[in-house]
Design a protein around this ligand. Structure first.
Ligand SMILES: NC(=O)c1ccc[n+]([C@@H]2O[C@H](COP(=O)([O-])OP(=O)(O)OC[C@H]3O[C@@H](n4cnc5c(N)ncnc54)[C@H](O)[C@@H]3O)[C@@H](O)[C@H]2O)c1
Length: 253
């Protein structure tokens, strides 16, 4: 029988992270699922456990804090003795014009998105190194790391940093058999984005493929990058945006 893999996934109480977690569980992967919201963590654990193919453990809290990073790794090691995959999905978006952007918002975005991803990746890579059997790490960027998007300077900067982190870490992690890639979703319908009633309509007009992504379209790409089907891919960013970053405003369109 094939050994079941073990994955840590953050910010997975809803949205893209929850859908990635669902697909991993359907493949029989044991999951340590994190969300800052206790209720969402518990609901996600209960719903994914019902799939019945693997164990799903919850760990609620801020995934960028040292304590939660320690707890995530500790839970994985105590229950399963190993970590094969990491999905650093948690990220926050704080909108605001550059000229008025507050130091608080800047440092909060940087702390959660950039520092959180950095130190979680470090903690998991140390475990993977000691296991000597490699692993797959997936970070989460955004199309805003590639194209300008109003009121998102700090967020865009944090996401571009995450892409560069994956690229840079190839040097240190490839010799350990650890692959590290980044997914960059475009506009995606989630509980958060759908709170804007015009979101789907607006992005249907702006997206060459005619609609914003559904979470399963992002999760399919994420699961591919984590899988053995991507065994020679590392240091890359996969943009999943229905073509949005491929076009520019044109007088001829
Ligand atoms: N939805 C989109 O259109 C879109 C587009 C590009 C990139 N992304 C990125 O994809 C990822 C997931 O996006 P989403 O829209 O599904 O997310 P979301 O905003 O719906 O958040 C998902 C979950 O993360 C949790 N969370 C927030 N801060 C956390 C923290 N510090 N620690 C642990 N959990 C935390 C929230 O409680 C929420 O349940 C994010 O990194 C986001 O930046 C999303």
């Amino acid at each position: 029988m094939k050994t079941q893999k073990v994955a840590i996934i953050t910010g997975a109480g809803q949205g893209i992270g929850l859908e990635i977690a669902r697909k991993l569980v359907e493949e029989g992967t044991h999951i340590i699922l994190n969300d800052i919201e206790k209720r969402l963590t518990e609901e996600a654990v209960a719903s994914l456990s019902q799939i019945g193919k693997s164990s799903v453990l919850g760990c609620s809290g801020d995934s960028s804090s040292e304590e939660v990073i320690f707890e995530l790794v500790d839970l994985a090691l105590r229950n399963f003795g190993r970590i094969d995959q990491l999905v650093a999905n948690a990220g926050i978006t704080l909108f605001g014009s550059f000229l008025e952007y507050s130091r608080n918002d800047f440092f909060e975005v940087t702390r959660v998105n950039q520092a959180g991803t950095f130190f979680l990746t470090q903690a998991v890579a140390q475990v993977m190194k000691n296991q000597k059997s490699g692993g797959a790490i997936l970070l989460t960027s955004s199309v805003t790391a590639h194209q300008s998007h109003a009121n998102l300077a700090a967020y865009a900067m944090s996401k571009a940093a995450i892409e560069m982190l994956a690229k840079n870490l190839v040097l240190e992690l490839a010799p350990l058999g650890i692959r590290i890639n980044t997914i960059a979703p475009g506009a995606t319908l989630t509980e958060r984005t759908a709170s804007d009633p015009d979101y789907a309509k607006t992005w249907a007009k702006l997206t060459p493929l005619g609609k914003p992504a559904a979470v399963n379209q992002i999760a399919d790409a994420a699961v591919f990058l984590l899988s053995d089907a991507a065994s020679h891919i590392t240091g890359q960013t996969l943009i999943v945006d229905g073509g949005w970053t491929s076009i520019s405003p044109s007088p001829y369109a």
